[in-house]
Design a protein around this ligand. Structure first.
Ligand code: MGD
Ligand code: MGD
Ligand code: SF4
Ligand code: MO
Length: 703
């Protein structure tokens, strides 16, 4: 018998946004084991259950194995196998036709959250010359934090878990980093940090692993974080708890901010936020008087139409308390690698002006945006109505939009009306079932990639390695290059090695060298602003944002009541008395993914709605009952779990569909949170954010 040798590849897990260091064991071309890499500075050998289930995902029999074309009516679920050449010729042909008939802006690109190919989608859109691309998170996930970070600090600040000084206080706000976040590996970092006796403040309506460990837990009413943050700022300023020398030397607009927060007293905020005034004062004092302190902020802040101002209000707390770019504080990243070159220079200003939403949501969509993308409801409605101009083709690379965009029923109508829809995905999904062409995507084990982490600021960069290749599945990046070549585009046709080389330029190494080393990292340099200032317009931290003022937006944070709340819609609240929040990530799944991975599904078989025991008792609901959750837009079923969530709040899980049920719908209307949410106005004036949280609902038992 011939002994076969096991090869071990050092790589980066991407079952979530990623990138825990892993050791992938391969024998005879087959991945046989995946272990945490003990040498990785990020996860130090640990992996979560998703990472450990990667092999079940890789070899899952439900994966898409080759390109498909629709043979029946749209959405009928009838498919025929085709070759890659036919699939790509069809897509390129449609792009050419629409470019001639309507203009290239009528071709839109869609992608999903933080995938390896995210920046390549923008690169391809810019190479094509269309201003219209979108991703479900642009106005309501992470991008608001990035944009706010850049306009205020010149970069996105992150928690310093990397140096010799441990944070002495962590303020966790609208975030649950023990389970989720823009970087999965942070779950291991924050647990290490808290073990050292760090003080913990949690702002969350829901009871979580972290709220149970917290020194202070503020059970805020969903959607009123702006009020809460501004009242904490009121305490910090009026009780003189701020860092006066730092504020005087390194910020602009402090006096204006002082004036602004006078109306937001803790007593006022108690009524608005449901958090007792004494607790607000205690949290403000603890955060300001414990040094170094840091902020873990999450998507819980970004799902209301006052998104930008809420994120700004919370994000100014570390500035006035002098916690920026100090050891154990809130640091500006190292950028050990470059971004993928986005080719934005390829889009002329006139084309940028045509971007859907550019005339209204300047911080998200206009050419003045720091990271421009299309406004999702405007883009989708153009598919259906042809206004302000038609969107004829939508090319999706890794997004299950029917489940993840607000107001799923309307999204369904929009996707059905577009003339040409293609979807590239790992699995057949309810969204892909609406397409004309479906392309099979590679999983993370089948892709080479430079992975910079934490996202955006890149203190560490890892090589994600292609260790195998299954069926006819391909990495998205290769498809963009193939399409660019078929369309004879002037840019975007270069081989991937060139892109990796540009990313790795600051290190002066090739991808092959990164592969050998596994990862590169850099010592954090603190207080770099002392040499170069902050990379903002004023060179200082902008408490008063000159950028927002120049675009006509409020340069100082303010509170705005959510539009569908017991306060702003009291009559509606008589019929829908509970406040709905959605999201609340779970360890086993990533957004709408992984319901077909047996180990993960076994760990979490059903969608779960969290209700307080007293509220449940009033409604005659027991733990484990299936209940209806109904909003003014529709109703869904999930299984009740009784928890210490705020008694007037319920949390529905999002991302649910049932791959085991029959297509083409796969039960997408049964438990999908976005049947309940709203993609209509009012939108955030600067970002166009729609409402995924802080709406009204009622709950009752399924008969
Ligand atoms: N109600 C409510 N709705 C929400 C949220 C919420 O909290 N509440 N959260 C919102 C947020 S923050 C986000 S970011 C979005 C997420 O929304 P999406 O990005 O749509 O979510 P996913 O389900 O992660 O990914 C979509 C698809 O990408 C496929 N995929 C994974 N990897 C690849 C790949 O490498 N290539 C290709 N081609 N496909 C791939 C997956 O199989 C999946 O079908 O949802 C948003 N929707
Ligand atoms: N395991 C796993 N990891 C993930 C994901 C996943 O699905 N599973 N999704 C990825 C994505 S796309 C994202 S954006 C991140 C999100 O990761 P997080 O930012 O952690 O997002 P959530 O878990 O949706 O919400 C965080 C917390 O906010 C609370 N919350 C809800 N409404 C409000 C509110 O109005 N105010 C406040 N203060 N808190 C509120 C919720 O109860 C929840 O505990 O995680 C990423 N990582
Ligand atoms: S946290 Fe994310 S990157 Fe780390 S093992 Fe889990 S899925 Fe993989
Ligand atoms: Mo997200």
């Amino acid at each position: 018998m011939v002994e076969t040798e096991t090869q071990i590849y050092r790589s980066a897990c991407r079952m979530c946004h990623g990138g825990c260091g892993v050791l992938v064991h391969v024998r005879d071309g087959e991945v046989v084991k995946i272990k945490g890499d003990p040498e990785s500075p990020l996860n130090r050998g640990k992996l979560c259950v998703k990472g450990l289930s990667s092999i079940e995902h890789l070899y899952n029999p439900k994966r898409l194995k080759h390109p498909l074309k629709r043979v029946g009516e749209r959405g009928e679920g009838k498919w025929a196998r085709i070759s890659w050449d036919e699939a790509l010729d069809t897509i390129a042909g449609e792009i050419k036709r629409i470019r001639e008939e309507n203009g290239i802006e009528s071709v839109a690109l869609g992608t999903g959250t933080g995938r390896h190919h995210f920046q390549h989608v923008l690169r391809f859109a810019n190479a094509l010359g269309t201003p219209n691309w979108c991703e479900p998170g642009t106005a309501q996930c992470f991008i608001p934090r990035i944009l706010t970070g850049v306009m205020t600090y010149g970069d996105l600040p992150v928690c310093d878990y990397y140096g010799d000084v441990n944070p002495a206080c962590v303020l966790v706000w609208g975030h649950n980093p023990a389970v989720s976040g823009p970087d999965g590996e942070i779950q291991f970092k924050i647990k290490e940090c808290l073990k050292k006796g760090t003080k913990l403040i949690v702002v969350d309506p829901r009871s979580t692993e972290l709220s149970k460990k917290a020194d202070l837990w503020l059970q805020v009413r969903p959607g009123t974080d702006d009020a809460l943050a501004l009242s904490m700022m009121n305490v910090i300023i009026n009780e003189e708890l701020y860092d006066r020398p730092f504020v005087e030397a390194w910020t602009v607009g402090f006096e204006e901010l002082r004036e602004r927060v006078q109306e937001y007293t803790p007593d006022w905020a108690e009524e608005v936020t449901w958090v007792p005034a004494e607790k607000i004062r205690a949290a403000a004092r603890m955060f300001a008087q414990t040094s170094p302190a840091t902020l873990e902020w999450g998507v819980g802040l970004e799902h209301t139409p006052n998104c930008l101002q809420t994120v700004r209000a919370v994000g100014l707390l570390p500035a006035v308390t002098g916690n920026i770019d100090i050891p154990g504080g809130w640091i500006l990243g190292n950028h050990v690698v470059n971004d993928v070159p986005l080719l934005l220079e390829n889009l002329p200003p006139e084309m940028q002006d045509k971007r859907m939403g550019a005339d209204r949501f300047k911080v998200l969509c206009s050419k003045d945006s720091l990271f421009p993308s299309a406004h999702i409801p405007t883009l989708f409605n153009a598919m259906r109505t042809g206004e302000p101009y038609p969107i004829k083709a939508f090319l999706i690379f890794g997004n299950n939009g029917l489940v993840t965009y607000g107001n799923s029923k309307e999204v369904y109508e929009c996707f059905r009306s577009v003339q040409f829809l293609s979807v590239m995905d790992i699995y057949m999904t309810p969204t892909a079932e609406l397409a004309d062409i479906v392309l099979p995507a590679a999983t993370w084990l089948e892709v080479d990639q430079v992975v910079g982490l934490p996202f955006v600021v890149n203190n560490v960069a890892l090589a994600q390695q292609k260790v195998t290749s299954l069926w006819e599945c391909r990495p998205d990046e290769e498809v963009f290059i193939d399409l660019a070549r078929r369309l004879d585009l002037p840019v975007g046709t270069e081989p991937l090695e060139d892109v990796y080389a540009q990313q790795l330029a600051p290190q002066g190494i090739s991808f092959e060298e990164l592969r050998e080393r596994g990862f590169v990292s850099a010592e954090t340099e603190y207080r770099r602003y002392e040499q170069r200032g902050f990379l903002t317009g004023s060179g200082k931290i902008e408490l008063f944002s000159g950028y927002l003022a120049s675009l006509g937006y409020d340069p100082l944070p303010h509170y705005r009541e959510p539009p569908e709340s017991p306060v702003s819609a009291p009559e509606l609240a008589e019929e829908f008395p509970l406040v709905l929040t959605s999201g609340g990530r779970i360890q086993q799944f990533f957004c709408s993914e992984h319901r077909q991975v047996p180990t993960l599904r076994k760990g979490h078989p059903d969608p779960v709605v969290e209700i307080h025991p007293e509220t449940a008792a009033e409604l005659n609901i027991q733990d484990g009952d299936w209940v209806w959750i109904e909003s003014p837009r529709g109703r869904i079923q999930q299984r009740a779990r009784l928890t210490q969530i705020h008694p007037k709040v319920v949390n529905v899980q999002f991302g649910w569909w049932f791959p085991e049920e029959e297509g083409p719908e796969y039960g997408v209307w049964k438990s999908n949170a976005n049947v309940l949410t709203n993609n209509g106005p009012p939108y955030d004036p600067a970002l166009g954010t729609y409402q995924l949280r802080a709406m009204l609902c009622k709950v009752y038992k399924v008969a």
